[in-house]
Design a protein around this ligand. Structure first.
Ligand code: 1GP
Length: 244
């Protein structure tokens, strides 16, 4: 079964999924093997890998993860340069909240021949940046404006457009390390208006942040920053998500 079919089946069954995010640049020293071992025992559903700006090799980071852990590794690339054929799948992200052609189609053209040649599963994803309290790395690096956090109607129209264009997932992103996560009103409004699974991430730090996102309708929860600082929270978050 493809990863997308697994995601779709889980969303249909109301079974929530957990993805931990690894930024290859923030895995200096021994932290990545330890993180991967922890993931191996905690069993999140996916390891997403990528970042807005990375200098480290994605191939190398995936190789380290795969030495220590059998959880599927899914690319969550900040640019075409982060493509790696050794990942298990790729979220083929179109930044549909923005109006920068490079992130709507440009990076895709650059990476498409490599992706096709690799044969890895490709999951088209409408990626939507929602305003947080301050400028995030993804906002700056993508040179796009996020959707205002108090305008759920714009988020809904954007998500519907993303689905109509053929995206098979919608990802509501506050930005890695965002001071404020996606408002529950935006999550629930989008969820009510789409039929593809919904990913929510960015600035989720506490159990209540995660419960709020799940309660509002997130199908997949992504946590990065918080677990870099406190990896031991992975087990707690995993329990909350899987028992929700
Ligand atoms: C960022 O949605 C992810 O792209 C995760 O964000 O690092 O803030 O958890 P955090």
């Amino acid at each position: 079964m493809t990863f997308y079919k697994q995601i779709q089946a889980a969303a249909t069954a109301g079974k929530k999924l957990f993805a931990v995010l690894v930024d290859p640049d923030k895995c200096a020293g021994n932290s990545l093997p330890h993180f991967a071992e922890l993931a191996c025992t905690t069993r999140p559903d996916f390891i997403f890998i990528g970042g807005s700006l990375t200098a480290e090799s994605t191939d190398k980071a995936i190789a380290i993860i795969k030495q220590h852990c059998d959880i599927p590794v899914i690319l969550f690339p900040g640019s075409a340069a982060q493509f790696s054929p050794v990942a298990d799948a790729i979220l083929y992200l179109s930044l549909i909240s923005g109006r920068n052609a490079d992130f709507l189609i440009g990076q895709h053209v650059l990476s498409a021949p490599f992706i096709r040649h690799s044969g890895i599963e490709t999951i088209s994803t409408g990626y939507m940046l929602i305003e947080s309290a301050s400028v995030t790395a993804v906002e700056y690096m993508s040179n796009t404006r996020p959707i205002p956090r108090d305008k759920p109607d714009i988020a809904v129209a954007t998500a519907i457009a993303g689905e109509l264009l053929g995206n098979r997932l919608i990802y509501l992103e506050a930005g890695s390390g965002a001071s404020l996560p996606i408002p529950a009103e935006v999550i629930s409004a989008v969820k009510k208006n789409i039929s593809v699974p919904l990913i929510v991430g960015g600035g989720l730090r506490s159990e209540s942040d995660i419960r709020n996102a799940l309660g509002a309708g997130a199908d997949i929860i992504v946590v990065g920053n918080m677990l870099e600082k406190q990896p031991e929270m992975m087990l707690r978050f995993s329990k909350i998500i899987h028992e929700f």
